[in-house]
Write a protein that binds this ligand. Structure first.
Ligand code: C5P
Length: 409
C-alpha cells in the first residue's frame, strides 16, 4: 500500500553500476517517478553495456549523466552540483566492483566521485547490491560492504533466490517495489528505533463447522499500515493477523491466525519471548463471541424447515488481558474502538474499561475495507482528532503520537 505522494518533493540521484540487474533499474526508475520523486540518473560505463541512457532518460524525463568530464554542468563540476541537489543517492544495482571502489574512497567515475563528494549529513547513500552469490559471499565483498556501512551508507538487501547466472543464493538485487518501500522508509523519522512493537490486525474467524463460521468486515488495512509505519520508524515489528489478503509489510514478522483464541495465544507467546515488548497496538476486530461447540461435520439442512440454534460463549479480551500484565512486562497498550455512533463517548468508556492509556476511535462501518480513515485519539489528556487521510499517512502520525507518549527507553 504505497500512496502516490510517498516521495513527493524528494530529489534522488539514481546511480547504475554494471550488472545484469540494470534491467530492473528501468522499472525501478519508473516506480520512483510515480511515487513523486525527481530522479536524476547517473550511469557508469559498465552500466551502459547493459542498458542505454536513452531508456533511463525517457523514463525519468531528465538527461542522464555518464561522465565527470561533461561540460553541461556550470563550472564543469557535475559531481558537486548533482550531489548538492540530491536528498539521497540510490545506487541500484551496486556491483561488487562499485562497492570495492566506495570502500576505498575511489573516485574514478562520475558515480563514485559524487558518492564521495556528497554532503553526508543531508544526502543519504543507499546501495542495492546485485551480484553472483559467490561474489557477494566473498570475504573481500563482505569486508567492503561492512566498510561502506561503517562509512554511513545503508544497504538495501541483497535478496535471496534464483540468479541470472543460473545459480541460487544471496546477491539478487531487491525487486523494484521492495527497493521503493525501503527508500520511502529511509526518509521516515526513526522515532521507534530500538523498540519492539506488537500489532494485531484483521478480523477473526470463529468456526461453526468445518466449512462455516462467523467473521466481520475488517480488511486488516489499518493494522497492516500501522505495522508498516512502526517498521519504517525503526521498530522491530511482530504482526498477528487474522484471515486477510494483504502482503506483509517489509521487515515485519507475521503470524497468521484464524480465531480469537489463536490470536490471544499468538499475542501471549510474542509477549513471553525473552525481550520486552514496548508497544502493543490492538487493531484487530476480534469477535466478541464464538460458537460454544464446533461441529466436526458440516451441519446439514434436513428439509424439515428447522433451523439450528447455536449457543455462544465469550472470547478472551486480548487487549484487556495484555493491559493487566504487571508493569514490568506490560507494553504501552493502544486499543481501537470501531463504533457506529457516539464514537468518542464510547472510546472514553472503553479506555477506562480496558485499562489502557490510549484508545483510537473511528467510525467502524465507514472505514472497514476503505483505503482512508479519520481517527480520534482518546487519552488521559483529552481528544486529538487526526483528519481523514489514507491509512498509511494516519498510521505514520499515530506512530509519532505513540512515540511521544512512551517513557524514555
Ligand atoms: O471490546 P471492543 O471490541 O469494543 O474493543 C475494541 C478493542 O479491543 C480493539 O483494540 C480490539 O483489537 C480489542 N479487542 C481484543 N480482544 C477482544 C475484543 C477486542 O483485543 N476479544
Amino acid at each position: 500500500m504505497s500512496s502516490p505522494a510517498d516521495l513527493a518533493g524528494r530529489r534522488l540521484v539514481l546511480g547504475l553500476s554494471g550488472g545484469i540487474a540494470c534491467y530492473k533499474a528501468a522499472e525501478f526508475a519508473r516506480a520512483l517517478v510515480k511515487a513523486g520523486a525527481t530522479v536524476q540518473v547517473v550511469m557508469t560505463d559498465a552500466a551502459r553495456e547493459f542498458i542505454t541512457p536513452v531508456t533511463m532518460q525517457a523514463l525519468t524525463g531528465q538527461p542522464v549523466w555518464t561522465s565527470q568530464w561533461d561540460t553541461r554542468a556550470p563550472a564543469a563540476m557535475s559531481h558537486i552540483d548533482l550531489s548538492r541537489q540530491a536528498d539521497a543517492i540510490v545506487v541500484a544495482p551496486a556491483s561488487a566492483d562499485f562497492l570495492a571502489q566506495l570502500a576505498q574512497g575511489r573516485a574514478g567515475e562520475l558515480l563514485s566521485l559524487l558518492c564521495l563528494a556528497r554532503p553526508r549529513e543531508r544526502c543519504a547513500l543507499l546501495l542495492a547490491p546485485a551480484m553472483n552469490r559467490e561474489m557477494w559471499s566473498h570475504p573481500a565483498t563482505q569486508r567492503n560492504a561492512a566498510q561502506v556501512v561503517a562509512d554511513g551508507a545503508l544497504l538495501l538487501g541483497p535478496g535471496h533466490g534464483a540468479q541470472a547466472c543460473g545459480e541460487t543464493g544471496d546477491g539478487r538485487m531487491l525487486e523494484p517495489e521492495e527497493l521503493l518501500a525501503d527508500i520511502v522508509a529511509a526518509f521516515q523519522p526513526k522515532v521507534l528505533a530500538g523498540r519492539r512493537v506488537l500489532v494485531t490486525a484483521g478480523p477473526t474467524f470463529e468456526a461453526l463447522d468445518p466449512v462455516r463460521g462467523l467473521t466481520n468486515r475488517s480488511s486488516g488495512k489499518m493494522g497492516f499500515a500501522i505495522a508498516r509505519a512502526a517498521a519504517e520508524a525503526g521498530a522491530q515489528v511482530q504482526l498477528v493477523a487474522g484471515p486477510v489478503h494483504l502482503a506483509t509489510p517489509r521487515g515485519v514478522a507475521r503470524t497468521d491466525v484464524m480465531s480469537a483464541r489463536q490470536m490471544h495465544e499468538a499475542v501471549q507467546a510474542a509477549l513471553a519471548e525473552g525481550v520486552r515488548t514496548d508497544v502493543f497496538v490492538a487493531t484487530a476486530a476480534v469477535a466478541d463471541w464464538r460458537p460454544a461447540e464446533v461441529a466436526t461435520q458440516k451441519i446439514k439442512k434436513d428439509g424439515s424447515g428447522r433451523v439450528p440454534a447455536f449457543e455462544m460463549t465469550e472470547n478472551p479480551d486480548i487487549l484487556a488481558a495484555v493491559a493487566r500484565h504487571d508493569a514490568a512486562r506490560r507494553p504501552y497498550c493502544v486499543g481501537f474502538a470501531a463504533e457506529s455512533h457516539d464514537v468518542v463517548a464510547h472510546a472514553r468508556a472503553k479506555r477506562l474499561r480496558k485499562g489502557v492509556p490510549l484508545i483510537v476511535a473511528n467510525d467502524g462501518p465507514a472505514t472497514f475495507g476503505q483505503d482512508d480513515n479519520a481517527l480520534v485519539l482518546v487519552d488521559e489528556a483529552g481528544e486529538t482528532p487526526l483528519p481523514r487521510a489514507d491509512k498509511l499517512s494516519l498510521a505514520r502520525t499515530l506512530v509519532a503520537e505513540i512515540a511521544r507518549r512512551l517513557a524514555p527507553a
